[in-house]
Design a protein around this ligand. Structure first.
Ligand code: B3K
Ligand code: ZN
Length: 872
């Protein structure tokens, strides 16, 4: 065990690199247990004349170091576990190192590693140092030339940029040389080698250049990339139209890999994807898979400009690439699939993950100020809140200025490593506005709470608006932030009610108010009837909104708000309050019935699309509810939520049965949003009926499974059978395994489904599944499927009063930490919120965190998060 006290990295300590590397030539001799890496770096001093050269490296066996052709001896440099320092070097020189690495035993899946007998890399954030000695930081941009030599059995040899040479060496060995003309940070380096299927296509850019597109998969999986290829071409076109961004190389490649720590990686010209986010066909992938593939393909592609051409100065600025790129992929998905439904899904995800993070011990600003392990900061706050900040910035400056400002940003910062301030400076230049308030959004942690009290006097309505952000760890004082509130009015019959906005002359039906003070009053004139407020339309800012109003107004919005997001929101708010009331022992049965009937009317509404109705049918998730119930009692939440769902099922039975019948699939499968919406609504109807669980419902679920021709329907049916329980479910689960046991991506779903089981012995079953021959902790997808799904989606079993769920998770974290600290740290998240739960549960969660923290040899990744979770 190392007893060093880890020193945090601080934004305030940022210094420009002492040396720049203009170009680097890498030569790989690939071999599973002993790969040789020769690196030739052309270095140039950057500032401070006396500074020594310090390079990063990790788990490298160093064979030689030479400077301008002269071999260096032990006395010429010093080495620690993670650095190599040469005290005296000229202002310009060439450094050559030869190291040996062991990809086969690399189970951390960072640097160069193996999956299925092939070689892959993952370098963001600090994986390149596991490949060679280098100033491994994003503000060192270099031109790469990469030569790969390997036995011919590794059929494809890939790296970034353009292939400039390839050939045979001796009949057994072949090689390839790649050159990437665009200077890039080391985290964007990539290499892939092995036998792969390749699917080729091309794209003609706006300026009429041909770009070859090649998608690579494990052998046999090629036919499953058709949808990803299509999504890629649509993404390329969209970025030209929406942001004026054209692709810059002649070749764009994506490789799918089974073993991968996260979703995907935007390496220049050679994206590497978790296979689950690239491969799809109707039989094996769900509509959600298709949706994610489309959005992640777009996300990684969009990084080519926001991330690669313009990168981050340091890792604190991560949201400059991630928040912006998420905003871009959300906008793309909205254009492809419909803005309202997309927005609802994005907000649901934000609330499920970012809001709890922002309200707990791990709260941090979208631009954090310090870290121990940067891996721990690829968070919902950096990504999703980062995207929300871009969105509200766009709302504040308006569509046209947003586009002018992003044009300016690309023009001014192309080829550079930038900060949040640089990003905002483009907007300040174009608009002439002071955007320090937006900067504060990046710097301040916590979710603002906005409260609106409307008061109508017969002619005008006065809105008293207050905002407040609770203190977060390390940030006791909070300032008010600029909050754009899109708003309209309805009358009590649900009709649109025009009004005159502040400073306006003519009546309007919607306006955007910019709230900037802790408290302020705004008056809307010309309001001729008692108004129903529809505020924060489209979720125009990432805040928690409370409007002081009668319940009645929510019913009116649920029925008639022209803003679909707020219709959805009204239903969620009604359901939430009813569930909380019951969970806290004060059920409102009349209210529950009324809510169910209102849902029924919304389902009959011919104007609304099926995808939207499917969302309406689902009350806030158990996780969302655990956020608002104080203290949270997961078992009471589950009971109350299921009771409300059952009430809806009973009252709406004929309607739900009809929906389920009428939406039965006809004709061939199509992954488009409309067809997916129909399948979603059909599954949602079945799922609701299953809460009633009559023999007729069971028969319906069985028939649904039996007839399912695609994975969305198959899982929808299985999930309904699981809700009902009993032998039908058991035999369906067994049959599913038999049918799909040779398809790892489907077997992941099989594990994940069972992890969510509401049965009382769910934990025992999950434990038993860890002994299943197909369970392998070293494959992150499998681990997430079973352990991740259990802790996130099985709140009742995870929060069992005897602490068995927590103990199980802690044991798993400690096991996984032994070989993959990044993934172990990710698993810790559900324990972080211990203070929000009933004291008896909180104490048990805390005890497990303490046990984890005391474990000898704990990784820095897990130590940082467990330590923070326990800190006062
Ligand atoms: N940039 C990568 C994330 C890398 C995570 C490293 N621990 C994927 C993405 O956001 O596009
Ligand atoms: Zn990204």
């Amino acid at each position: 065990m190392k007893t060093e006290i880890p020193v945090p990295v601080r934004l305030a300590d940022y210094r420009p690199p002492a040396f720049l590397v203009d170009d680097i030539a890498l030569e790989f001799k690939l071999s599973p247990q002993a790969t040789e890496v020769r690196a030739r770096l052309n270095l140039r001093r950057n500032g401070d004349p006396g500074a020594p050269l310090v390079l990063d490296g990790k788990q490298l066996t160093t064979r030689s170091v030479s400077l301008d052709g002269r071999a260096l001896g032990d006395g010429d440099f010093t080495r620690t576990d993670e650095t190599l320092t040469i005290p005296e070097v000229p202002d310009r020189f060439t450094l050559e190192t030869v190291v040996e690495i062991d990809p086969e035993s690399n189970k951390a899946l960072e640097g160069l590693y193996m999956s299925g007998g092939r070689f892959y890399t993952q370098c963001e954030a600090e994986g390149f140092r596991r490949i060679t000695w280098f100033p491994d930081r994003p503000d060192v941009l270099s031109r790469y030339r990469v030569r790969i030599e390997a036995p011919r059995t590794y059929g494809h040899l890939l790296s970034n940029g353009n292939l400039i040479e390839q050939g045979e060496l001796d009949g057994e060995t072949h090689f390839a040389v790649w050159e990437d003309p665009f200077p890039k940070p080391s985290y964007l380096f990539a290499l892939v080698a092995g036998n792969l299927d390749m699917v080729a296509d091309h794209f003609i850019t706006a300026s009429n250049r041909r770009v070859d597109l090649r998608l690579y998969t494990d052998p046999g999986q090629g036919p499953r990339v058709a949808y990803a290829m299509d999504a890629l071409k649509r993404s390329m076109k969209w970025d030209e139209d929406a942001y004026g961004r054209e692709y810059d190389l002649d070749l764009f490649m994506i490789v799918a890999v089974r073993d991968f720590n996260m979703g995907a990686m935007e390496n220049k010209g050679l994206n590497i994807f978790n296979a689950s986010l690239l491969l799809a066909d109707p039989a094996t992938a769900t509509d959600l898979d298709y949706e994610r593939i489309e959005s992640v393909v777009a996300h990684e592609y969009f990084h080519n400009w926001t991330g690669n051409r313009i990168t981050c100065r340091d890792w604190f600025q991560l949201c400059v690439k991630e928040g912006l790129t998420v905003f871009r992929d959300q906008s793309f998905s909205a254009d492809q699939r419909g803005a309202a439904v997309q927005r609802i899904k994005d907000v649901r995800a934000l609330r499920a993950r970012q809001f709890p993070e922002d309200a707990g011990p791990l709260a941090h600003p979208a631009r954090p100020e310090q870290y121990l392990k940067i891996d721990n900061f690829y968070t919902a706050t950096v990504y999703e809140k980062g995207a929300e900040i871009c969105r509200l910035l766009k709302t504040i400056v308006g569509e046209d200025d947003y586009r002018h400002a992003t044009d300016r940003y690309f023009e001014r910062f192309d080829g550079q490593a930038v900060t949040v301030e640089d990003w905002l400076s483009a907007f300040e230049d174009v608009t002439g506005r002071d955007l320090s308030g937006v900067l504060a959004w990046y710097r301040q942690a916590g979710t603002p709470e906005v409260r609106i009290v409307p008061d109508w006097d017969g002619e005008s309505v006065t809105l008293r608006i207050a905002q407040d952000t609770a203190p977060t760890p390390g940030q006791a004082e909070k300032r008010p932030l600029p909050v754009p509130v899109r708003l309209g009015l309805l009358d009590e019959e649900g009709r649109v009610l025009p009004f005159t906005a502040p400073g306006g002359k003519a009546p309007v039906t919607e306006t955007t108010l910019l709230i900037e003070d802790a408290e302020q009053e705004i008056r809307l004139e010309g309001v001729t009837a008692r108004p129903v407020l529809s505020a924060l339309r489209g979720f125009s800012a990432p805040v928690v909104l409370t409007v002081v109003e009668p319940d009645e107004h929510r019913f009116i919005r649920l029925a008639d708000d022209p803003d679909l997001f707020n219709r959805f929101e009204a239903g969620q708010a009604l359901a939430r309050d009813l569930i909380l009331a019951r969970a806290e022992g004060a059920p409102d049965e009349a209210g529950e019935a009324r809510y169910a009937d209102a849902l029924g009317r919304a389902l009959e509404d011919q104007r609304a699309e099926p995808a939207f109705k499917a969302l309406l049918l689902s009350p806030p998730s158990e996780q969302d509810l655990a956020q608002v119930m104080r203290p949270a009692d997961p078992a009471a939440i589950r009971d109350a939520r299921e009771t409300l769902r059952r009430t809806a099922a009973v009252r709406l039975r004929p309607l739900l049965e009809r929906l389920h019948d009428d939406l039965a699939p006809q004709g061939d499968f199509s992954p488009d949003a409309e067809s997916a919406g129909r399948r979603a609504l059909r599954n949602a109807a079945l799922d609701l009926l299953a809460t009633a669980g009559t023999p007729a419902d069971a028969a319906r679920a069985r028939a649904h499974v039996g007839a399912a021709a695609d994975m969305t329907q198959a899982l929808g049916g299985l999930s309904a059978l699981m809700t009902i329980g009993g032998p039908d479910y058991d035999s369906a689960v067994a049959a599913f395994y038999e049918r799909w046991k040779t398809e790892p991506l489907v077997i992941d779903k099989w594990f994940a489904l069972q992890a969510r089981s509401p049965a009382p012995d769910a934990l025992d079953k999950v434990k038993a599944l860890t002994g299943h021959p197909d369970f392998d902790r070293r494959t992150p997808n499998r681990l997430r499927a079973l352990i991740g799904a259990f802790t996130q989606f099985n709140a009742v079993a995870f929060h069992a009063v005897d602490g068995s769920g927590y103990r199980f998770l802690a044991d798993e974290i400690l096991t996984v930490d032994g070989f993959n600290p990044q993934i172990a740290a990710r698993l810790l998240e559900p324990l972080g919120g211990w203070r929000r739960y009933k004291p008896e549960l909180g104490a048990l969660m805390r005890a497990e965190l303490e046990r984890i923290l005391a474990h000898p040899g704990l990784s820095r990744n897990v130590a940082e998060l467990a330590g923070k979770a326990l800190a006062d």
